[in-house]
Design a protein around this ligand. Structure first.
Ligand code: BEZ
Length: 251
């Protein structure tokens, strides 16, 4: 996964974000990896889901822009490679490509899709899920509002790409894919470690360069703003996630 200002700490991720790969299991089911298939896992992170593809008998290459994640994935025995998803150098060597909860971090969607198309053999499938239009909208709006109130320009720090189905389908077709299935849906997501930890794990780009004390005050204020809508009476937090899931095939 990649985005300017976003740092990944595999231990912190395992503690606060284990739900991410867990909720990616339906995407693995849609991929239906077969023994012997060569599969590219784009934005493989610490390799938790990649392991499922390997256990299905596939020969998997994981790519991630985070050296820490690549190291963590390699420690699981995965063939993980440090790389920029916007500049993939594979050529017609994969039967399938897979990505979970990563494409929204990458930016430059056409460069990513062109690289995936190049990496696949003709007829190869690309199965992925990531944030769709409106994903974590309340969280992002609270972050922007709190930063703006402190005179910190926030909109340009927005690190994510959340397209509509129409926009992404168009991009898939323009980059050489037939789209067999594409959908978007709300997926209210329990956040077991709470909102403050979620922000610490995922919202680094919004507070990059902000002094530590002010940073803590910002995240406290964002958390307080979100409590009435995203925290229940028992203190449980739910993120306002929206997913975009698709299965496309290289023409
Ligand atoms: C997501 O999986 O949609 C996501 C996770 C963290 C930050 C932003 C989006």
């Amino acid at each position: 996964m990649q985005a300017s200002g976003q740092r990944w700490d595999p231990e912190d991720y395992a503690r606060n974000a284990a739900f991410v790969p867990e909720l990616g299991r339906p995407v693995v089911e849609l991929l239906a990896p077969q023994p012997g298939e060569r599969i590219l896992d784009l934005g493989c992170g610490d390799g938790t889901l990649t392991t499922l593809l390997v256990e299905a008998g596939a020969r998997v290459v994981g790519v991630d822009a985070s050296p820490e994640f690549v190291e963590a994935a390699r420690a699981r025995g995965i063939d993980a490679r440090l790389g920029d998803a916007r500049a993939l150098a594979f050529d017609a060597e994969f039967d399938a490509a897979f990505s979970n909860a990563a494409l929204h971090w990458m930016g430059a969607p056409d460069a990513v899709l062109a690289g995936v198309a190049r990496a696949l053999r003709r007829g190869g499938r690309f199965v992925a899920e990531f944030g769709g239009k409106g994903n974590v909208a309340a969280i992002a709006t609270a972050l922007i509002a709190v930063l703006d109130a402190r005179g910190i320009e926030a909109a340009s720090r927005f690190p994510w790409y959340y397209p509509t189905v129409g926009e992404y389908e168009e991009r898939l077709r323009a980059n050489g894919f037939d789209v067999e299935r594409i959908e978007t849906f709300a997926r209210p997501t329990p956040l077991p470690a709470g909102m403050r930890r979620w922000l610490e794990t995922f919202a680094n780009p919004f507070v990059t360069g902000v002094p530590k004390d002010e940073r803590a005050a910002i995240l406290d204020k964002v958390t307080a703003l979100l409590a009435p809508s995203l925290r229940d009476d028992a203190g449980n937090w739910t993120g306002d996630y929206v997913r975009l899931r698709f299965l496309a095939r290289k023409r």
